[in-house]
Design a protein around this ligand. Structure first.
Ligand SMILES: [Zn+2]
Ligand SMILES: [Zn+2]
Length: 183
């Protein structure tokens, strides 16, 4: 029996006989004949409970999505399921070195926000991070990552150049984690 979380505490159980039943975990109901006509706690309800307990199916309030980079299955809050999600390996954090998939440039991540690309303006331009040239093929709901060009952080005698730490905003998916230090 295959279990799929549909959101809103609803689950679909597909039986071996090509039949599907709908389970509402909030009210503990199933659409199968056993439950509907005999009011017994059917095997579908039990199966959903087992799958959740064993971590194979997301609990109510969460949905299963694929990591936007590697495809690994992740359980995330329902409200986040329509945005790109990243597994522990592919999620970026401040200090991560990355490669810009568009230009090949190496950058250093300095901030990872929860803001959507289509709701974040680029400086005083008319663009958002989502509509900025080179960013339009990425998901507008992707989160915004701030990064700097490490080679611009040239130290002068009195510290970094005044203009050195200019932070550029990118959709998360445009930056690919790389190992090591920038050239
Ligand atoms: Zn049932
Ligand atoms: Zn991943």
């Amino acid at each position: 029996m295959a279990v799929t979380a549909l959101g809103d505490a609803l689950y679909e159980v597909e039986t071996d006989h090509d039949t599907s039943y709908l389970i509402d975990l909030r009210s503990c109901r199933c659409s199968c004949p056993d439950y509907v006509f005999r009011s017994v706690r059917c095997k579908h309800l039990r199966r959903v409970a087992i799958e959740i307990t064993e971590g194979r199916t997301p609990p109510p309030g969460q949905l299963a999505v694929a990591c936007a980079v590697c495809g690994e299955e992740l359980f995330v809050p329902e409200a986040d399921a329509d945005r790109p999600q990243y597994c522990g390996t592919d999620a970026l954090e401040p200090g991560a070195f990355v490669r810009d998939r568009e230009t090949g440039d190496r950058l250093l991540v300095v901030a990872v926000s929860d803001r959507r690309a289509d709701r974040t303006e680029v400086g005083r331009s008319a663009y958002s991070v989502a509509t900025y040239p080179n960013n339009r093929s990425y998901d507008p709901a992707d989160r915004v990552v701030g990064a700097v060009y490490p080679q611009s952080i040239e130290m002068t005698g009195s510290g970094p150049e005044p203009d050195a730490l200019r932070v550029y905003s990118f959709p998360h998916a445009r930056l690919e984690r790389v190992s090591g230090t920038p050239a």
